[in-house]
Design a protein around this ligand. Structure first.
Ligand code: NHR
Ligand code: GAR
Length: 220
């Protein structure tokens, strides 16, 4: 990053543990990511990741779906909260709620997700068990811009891990998660540096059309 560049302001949405949030904060602390987390919002008030963010003196908010009649109202309220912080990028990190089309359109090009599979394989939830059931030899994680169609927005970076003969879903999930913690900060770094962007339907890498997702190597 150049000395003069503004850090990218991130608003992180979580539902649970928040280990990807922690990986992002750690990368920022180490000086590896020119960004700042301005707030963390969860759809579950008991999410452990919220407690962690509070300890780090980050603004936290919980927005309970039970308080809203439907998804549209919920997402409108969520959008209102998010926009108060004027984030440069909205980051889904283990966020487990499907978002409405209007919400997703509002943040087009500045809303990303990390998904635990090699997209377009295994969209949706429970990906690790499904990878094992299918008998695939490779699995991994993908970072994509979020669009209306679930887990179908443009993928700009992926990381592969092997599926080993003795794996159960838990072991495989742990192997993938460890690599997600390298993948997500790196992916956000490319956005923060302006190297990767979305122009209409087209992904750009250094202002040129990107033909296929970047690949990061697993470190073990
Ligand atoms: N919203 C849109 N419009 N598009 C995407 O690509 C989205 C999205 C919201 C979340 C993350 C995604 C993932 O990485 C994500 C991508 C939740 C579900 C789901 O089925 C599916 C995919 C993802 C997140 N949620 C159920 C729901 O009814 C609830 C499941 C649960 O609570 O266990 O919202 O996998
Ligand atoms: C991560 O594996 C993430 O890829 C996945 O949930 C986990 C969240 O962990 N996301 C989804 O499945 C989205 N539907 P974390 O809360 O410790 O970051």
């Amino acid at each position: 990053m150049s000395e003069h560049q503004q850090p990218l302001s991130l608003l992180v949405l979580i539902s649970g543990r928040g280990s990807n949030l922690k990986a992002i904060l750690d990368a920022i602390s180490r000086g590896e990511l020119p960004a700042v987390v301005t707030a963390v919002i969860s759809d579950r008030s008991q999410a452990p990741g919220l407690e962690y963010a509070r300890q780090e003196n980050i603004d936290t908010l919980a927005l309970d779906a039970a308080d809203y009649p439907d998804r549209k109202d919920y997402d409108r309220a969520l959008q209102g909260l998010i926009d108060r912080f004027e984030p440069g990028l909205v980051v889904l990190a283990g966020f487990m709620r499907i978002l409405t089309a209007a919400f997703v359109r509002h943040y087009r090009g500045r809303l990303i997700n990390i998904h635990p599979s090699l997209l377009p394989e295994l969209r949706g939830i429970d990906t690790h068990q499904r990878a094992i059931d299918k008998g695939v030899r490779e699995h991994g994680a993908s970072v994509h811009f979020v669009t209306e169609d679930l887990d179908s927005g443009p993928v700009f970076v992926q990381l592969r891990v092997p599926v080993l003969p003795d794996d159960d879903a838990e072991r495989l999930a742990a192997r993938v998660l460890k690599q997600e913690h390298r993948l997500y900060p790196q992916a956000i770094r490319w956005l923060a540096e302006g190297r990767v962007s979305l122009n209409g339907e087209q992904l750009l890498l250094d202002q040129l059309p990107m033909q296929q997702p970047l690949q990061i190597d697993a470190d073990e």
